[in-house]
Design a protein around this ligand. Structure first.
Ligand code: 5GP
Length: 174
């Protein structure tokens, strides 16, 4: 495999922890009880696991997996559902937790299929947002950091399945 290690740190581990704690407090203030959190695998696994550790009170969790990038750094615009939820969303206060919103196509697809399952409320939290890349206007209620058009890895995000374990967000030169 070509070694394309992150060339620099965009968001440090300390900045991530501070911001995720703020988001958890904001979300909990809006939804003090019975929040049902859905993490979108694989990219959101680290964000979700830190987010819920900063939350008091009751939280339930479920996972789904989608694929939008086959390999590398370019998008096909095509979204595939790889793993569906285990639990029903009927009448629940649901929060989708995503790693990054880029073109917005993945999130639009997810919101559409989840809204059809009759949650009482459906909101979305994204760790990162790249507004300059948006192709569709999609609602994101909680955003961790807004970033420029860079390809980023770490804190759950990969390049060809590598670097998800980094505790910070790094830049990959494309
Ligand atoms: P969208 O459908 O919004 O274009 O893309 C969303 C998905 O593309 C994200 O969930 C993520 O998996 C992937 N993605 C978009 N930008 C980046 C990036 O900078 N780095 C990585 N690793 N994945 C990205």
């Amino acid at each position: 495999m070509v070694d394309r290690r992150p060339s620099s740190v965009l968001i440090s581990a300390e900045q991530l922890q501070r911001r995720v704690a703020e988001l958890a407090a904001e979300i909990r203030a809006d939804y003090p009880e019975n929040l049902h959190i859905i993490a979108v695998l694989k990219g959101a696994f680290m964000f979700m696991s830190d987010l819920v550790r900063f939350m008091d009170g009751s939280v339930s969790m479920d996972f789904m997996a989608v694929s939008s990038y086959a390999k590398g750094t370019t998008t096909s615009g095509e979204v595939r559902l790889l793993k569906d939820l285990d639990m029903s969303l009927d009448g629940k206060d649901v929060l989708i937790v995503e790693d990054i919103v880029d073109t917005g196509l993945t999130l639009t697809y997810l919101q559409e299929i989840l809204r059809a399952r009759n949650p009482r409320m459906l909101r979305t939290a994204c760790l990162l947002s790249k507004p300059s890349r948006r192709k569709v206007d999609v609602a994101v209620d909680y955003v961790g950091f807004t970033i420029d058009d860079h390809f980023v890895v770490g804190y759950g995000l990969d390049y060809a399945e590598q670097y998800r374990n980094l505790p910070y967000i790094g830049l990959i030169e494309t």
